[in-house]
Design a protein around this ligand. Structure first.
Ligand SMILES: Cc1cc2nc3c(=O)[nH]c(=O)nc-3n(C[C@H](O)[C@H](O)[C@H](O)COP(=O)(O)O)c2cc1C
Length: 319
């Protein structure tokens, strides 16, 4: 998730567990071959077999409208060690759509075909090329044609955010319409959108007929949601993480950001995560209220003390 789920975040969420695969924030492709350092900054996992410290594979996501430049950069991602190249056709942001990238391409399935097939041609055959779409641009129509374009172009898997671009993030998610794609496709279709609880997970699967889900905000709100889901599948007993444990991970995320981000942004990143967590943990809501106007690093550090109570060091991810 662009501007949110960076490498430290992936490291933390995958260390908590239950996640089978991650995808990077999108890398914006215009009309140049991007330098190696841009790929490595976005996806430092490239230097460790494209896996997080917990061993979870990370796909590298590209976004852009020019097939030739998407292909050149897809090839470079593969050269640098990407284990999968994913293409974003779902981003609804005006700044992105006005520059011919993301969800605006949903209006022209032929262009989606051209982009996916160009990337597929340049990326070595053993590395999957995958795509992410929404159910349409304006109305939720045309998604069968869009999905067919992705599949015909050689994609190995398709994630479908169960809304149109115009729907934005407004509930509900139309999981049953993803099911129409799933019924016709011969590649795996992954349902995405509004999976916030174990019950949502089971409902999304039963309405869509998909075997897998992609979860975005649900994991920000409930970082052990994937563990809860897996326990519900295996029938094992699992006690969801309490707020002090979660706060330990949040502190670690905050500390990991210190060498990476200018000080003035550190507080914003923390507040951004807390703004999701507060929907699920009363302690996070309390902490958010306490720090929402604070930017000073020492005060932000100290705000964790009552919650983490010395438990932070027990929750470090494996190196
Ligand atoms: C702030 C933000 C940034 C996002 N960035 C990306 C991105 O870079 N790539 C992507 O495929 N989807 C991105 N998404 C979309 C999510 O991956 C997901 O499709 C959407 O939030 C719906 O799923 P959810 O309800 O599980 O969050 C972003 C969403 C948000 C809210």
């Amino acid at each position: 998730m662009e501007g949110v789920v960076d490498a430290p975040f992936r490291q933390i969420l995958t260390a908590i567990g239950g996640i089978d695969q991650c995808v990077t924030e999108f890398l914006r492709v215009t009309d140049q071959r991007l330098p190696h350092k841009v790929f490595r900054r976005l996806c430092p996992e490239l230097d460790s077999q494209s896996r997080t410290a917990a061993g979870t594979p990370v796909a590298l996501q590209l976004l852009g409208g020019k097939p030739e430049w998407m292909a050149v950069n897809g090839e470079r991602a593969a050269y640098l060690g990407a284990h999968e190249v994913d293409i974003n056709f779902g981003c609804p942001a005006k700044a992105v759509n006005n520059h011919d990238g993301g969800a605006c391409l949903l209006q022209t399935p032929q262009r989606i075909y051209d982009i996916v097939s160009a990337v597929r041609r340049e990326v070595p055959a053993h590395i999957p090329v995958t795509a992410k779409i929404r159910l349409g641009f304006g109305a939720r129509t045309g998604y069968l044609d869009i999905a067919r374009a992705v599949e015909d172009a050689g994609a190995a898997r398709l994630v479908v955010h169960a809304r149109s671009k115009v729907d934005g993030y407004k509930p509900p998610a139309y999981w049953h319409q993803v099911g129409e794609i799933e019924q016709r496709a011969s590649i795996p279709i992954v349902v995405n959108g509004d999976i916030f609880t174990v019950a949502d997970y089971h409902k999304a699967l039963s309405e869509s007929g998909c075997r897998d889900v992609m979860i975005g905000r649900g994991l920000l709100r409930c970082p052990d949601l994937a563990l809860q889901i897996k326990a519900s599948i295996t029938g094992e007993h699992y006690t969801p993480m309490d707020w002090p444990t979660v706060a330990g991970w949040v502190k670690l995320h905050f500390d990991m950001g210190k060498p990476l981000y200018p000080r003035k942004y550190l507080g914003n990143r923390l507040k951004q995560w807390l703004s999701h967590l507060r929907l699920n943990y009363a302690g996070a809501a309390l902490m958010f209220e306490q720090i929402k106007r604070v930017n000073d690093e020492a005060t932000l550090d100290a705000a964790f003390d009552p919650f983490t109570n010395g438990r932070v060091e027990h929750t470090q991810p494996a190196a």
